[in-house]
Ligand binder design. Sequence first.
Ligand SMILES: O=C[C@H](O)[C@@H](O)CC(=O)C(=O)O
Ligand SMILES: [Zn+2]
Length: 276
Amino acid sequence: MELRHATHPTQVPTFDTAALRENYLVDNLFAAGELRATYTHEDRIVLAGAVPTDSAIRMTSFDQLRTEIFFERREAGIVNVGGSGSVTVDGERHPMEKGSCLYVGRGAVEVDFASDAAGDPAAFYVFSAPAHASYPTTLTRAGEGTRRQLGSSETSNERTINQYIHADGVRSCQVVMGVTELQTGSMWNTMPAHTHDRRTECYLYFDVAPEHRVVHIMGEPTESRHLIVADREAVISPSWSLHCGFGTGSYSFVWAMAGENQAFDDMDHVQPSELR
Ligand SMILES: O=C[C@H](O)[C@@H](O)CC(=O)C(=O)O
Ligand SMILES: [Zn+2]
């Protein structure tokens, strides 16, 4: 498991492109047959990726967590961004087509990731945070959460926000999670942009064609920087950071947060004219 330290917003102007990527971009979570993870001290979030092929992959703990079992003091939201597969939690198998979201509560012991077909492997994205209580493991099929339509074609940001784990949906201690899909021809996510000083948020971009990229904007609103992001790469947004972007082609993304509260609308919006 890789380790990322928390950063101070005044460091951002001192970072060159490589340093921005080292601190905020997670570009190596998905590899065939492997379980990979990154730990960030921002709200102690763990991001992991599992791509099972011929055999299942079991979720393990990591030395840095000092626990026998990954879910001993943690919960997670899991979204499949690849081919159809399943996640089995302590003997109960949850079928997961692309875009489905499984909440796994504190105390789960055996969590196994499997693909339906090794030739079209599932790719499970795991977003985990510390948990003080145990909520039931709950599956939401793709598109069956709370759907919010935002944006318009005039501003190239017409999109559907699928909220899965949230205050009015699947319950959790900290994790709030969903998937945003852009309508054909819309390129911008999260504009007007926002920060939320009470939560860290990560975006995992997926369904980005190999020749395309997402230009992700980060940093304090009046001191913005950008990251060029490819398919299945994640960006860590500390609580002070903007998180918005546009694609050179179509894309979707998993957004997930952890921190002080779970109020989705607790955002400090920033209008385009206020950005620098
Ligand atoms: O705090 C909430 C998150 O940034 C996302 O839900 C925003 C998003 O998916 C979008 O506007 O497209
Ligand atoms: Zn946000």
